[in-house]
Design a protein around this ligand. Structure first.
Ligand code: ADP
Length: 258
């Protein structure tokens, strides 16, 4: 039977603790992915290169060129850490660096898609990140794609996955920012996002995150328009995503579905 395909996106808010890469969290994520692979083909989209770079060279992240340099330093470190962690589960990993341009033309998209199929057929786990060093060269596409949220939505659509699972440091999408208003209420299901909401300012919550909720909503909007699903849940409670994907039970999180 053909397995369905899931894209899992982990953001910096989750992977970075005290300005360092949180290895324990990566291990927990790997353990979940190992379980999910029995039922799904999994593609991982991971941020964290800038934070990983910062562990080696303390450059000021406020400047774009420095951020790109940190990404260049950190990307191989991040991949090395993933490779070691996944090896423990007998899973081989592959680094796939993409930029917005890769989805610009049918030909380029098809090339990326062909390579992706070969990886998945051979049970290799593709780990995707934005090619920050070149992607930001022009108009700061890093900001446009927003901490991989939109990149992962494109990956989900163009690589024909059924659902995008975004793991962040929050339980889901709330009617107000929960870090400002603790009484904010979570939306369990969203089938439409208003144009007004999509115009809001991005509000990332730490020095590494560039996304915030708005880039997640833009990702969800893109997927809803393309008849695909998105599930936003807390990466601190991976059992929420596990239950949802393996048992079809939603105990928390927000499901974006038409
Ligand atoms: P990541 O690095 O995982 O992409 P971000 O820090 O960019 O995460 O985005 C998640 C943050 O968005 C939350 O921690 C929260 O502070 C903020 N946020 C703002 N408004 C909302 C909202 N309405 N619902 C949920 N989170 C929100």
């Amino acid at each position: 039977m053909q397995k369905s395909r899931v894209v899992i996106k982990v953001g910096s808010a989750l992977l970075v603790k005290n300005q360092l890469i949180d290895k324990e969290r990566m291990e927990a994520l790997a353990s979940l992915i190992a379980k999910l692979r029995q039922k799904y083909e999994v593609i991982l989209v991971s941020s964290g290169a800038v934070a990983a770079g910062f562990t080696k060279v303390k450059l000021n992240k406020g400047n774009l060129a420095n951020k790109q340099a940190l990404a260049a330093i950190g990307q191989p470190l991040l991949m090395q850490t993933y490779a070691e962690i996944f090896a423990f589960f007998g899973i081989a990993t592959a680094q796939v660096l993409l930029s917005a341009y890769d989805f610009d033309s049918r030909k380029r998209t098809q090339n990326a898609r062909n390579a992706m199929e070969v990886l998945l057929q051979n049970e290799v786990l593709p780990i995707i990140n934005e090619n920050d060093v070149t992607a930001t060269g022009e108009l700061s596409l890093l900001l446009e794609f927003g901490d991989n949220d939109q990149l992962s939505a494109h990956v989900t659509h163009f690589f024909n996955a059924d659902i995008l699972a975004i793991l962040s440091d929050i339980e889901g999408y709330y009617n107000e920012n929960p870090s400002i208003n603790p009484a904010a209420k979570i939306y369990p299901k969203v089938s439409e996002i208003s144009a007004e909401t999509l115009k809001e300012q991005a509000t990332p919550n730490n020095a590494f995150a560039t996304g915030g909720i708005v880039t997640k909503l833009k990702a969800a909007d893109f997927l809803l328009q393309n008849h695909r699903k998105m599930f936003l849940s807390s990466g601190k409670r991976l059992e929420v995503l596990e239950k949802f994907l393996l048992e079809g039970i939603q105990v928390s999180g927000t499901l974006f579905e038409k």
